[in-house]
Ligand binder design. Sequence first.
Ligand SMILES: [Zn+2]
Length: 417
Amino acid sequence: MDVHNALLSSRDETIRTLVDLVRVPSVGGTQAEGEIVRHVAGLLAAEGVETDLWQIPVAELAARPDFPGMEVERSEAWGLVARLPGTGGGRTLMFNGHLDVVPPGDLSTWSDDPFSGRVADGHVYGRGACDMKGGFAAALAALLALHRSGTRLPGDVLLAAVVGEEDGGLGTYATLDRGWRADACVITEPTALDVLAANGGALTFRLRVPGLAAHACARTSGVSAVEKFQLVFPVLRALEASRNRSVDPMMRRWDIAYPLEIGTVRAGDWASTVPDLLVAEGRFGVALDEPVDEARAAFERTVAEACAADPWLKEHPVTVEWWGGQFASGRCPSGTDLVRRVLDAHTSTHAGSPFAAEPAVVGAPYGSDLRLLTNIGGIPAVQYGPGVGYGHCPDEKVSIEQVHACSATLVNLALAF
Ligand SMILES: [Zn+2]
């Protein structure tokens, strides 16, 4: 059987595999995050595909200066790379997909169990269906079709199954640390089959705004940390505006290319006490080609200037802590042929179909493993995968037709690569 027939005849199986993956609630930091990696390793081993399954030395990697960050506790984590060996002399192509998902959030906002894997109206539903088990299933299907058809390419084809993507990039960092490299990588994150060739970065921060406690009945003898935070917040909004006045052409489709948002605010510990501390956490967007150090310095300078303008904060300045996910920005190097090859593979695969139009080449305002592959691994990388939006929402879903279309493109990309 040739590779195209192998792919066609596995369509139903691909969706069953996707449903099985969605049913594993592989939220970052849970036991299931490890289970799903071992589940996929079992699938590959049963097919006779060469795999490298290893336990990631989490604590050791987390202590490195270039570690990309982690926002949940993990006692263990697993790495997995499947490899179809080439006959020699060719270039190595990697597919990369993460198997961790974000929590489902408020269950009352879902119309069904978030991990149902329900199939309806041409979609698979559930947390992670779009981000990005649909894309992972597509890459797995492409790899298995190449394997089952006995297609031998000059170069290796790799599939890296990673964890910890949503909270920093532990899995891809560990895969690179393990020594895995390729000449190009396609991350099958949801792009609605456009080619995403750059990511803005995102740095997680924590602000501590000091106040002075007093009984609320004599509040003027204290200093409210909430009031002091109100001096800082608008200054950060202004910083965001100034950093988005002129952006890279690839980022112009977004209303705010590099968002700065405060996601959590906690203050005080008693209803009738003037709050002596406010802790705010958020994410700070990093521009394409902007060094992380410079972005952090701009943020810290802005906070310091806001403090200098207030008598209390001048004496008791707001502190800035960088913690959790530290996503540098990244882009596929312009000198490589990867973007062109993915566009060609897509258009030649889908001529005459609803997906016939050439994909757009865009950048995105969120960080991803792309920057680790390009910045640390020196591997040109793009995102190209099924699904619209970024997941992370109730009733998350992925289009079954897009999953199949992605697989077909990946097979042709591998054949041409
Ligand atoms: Zn994702």
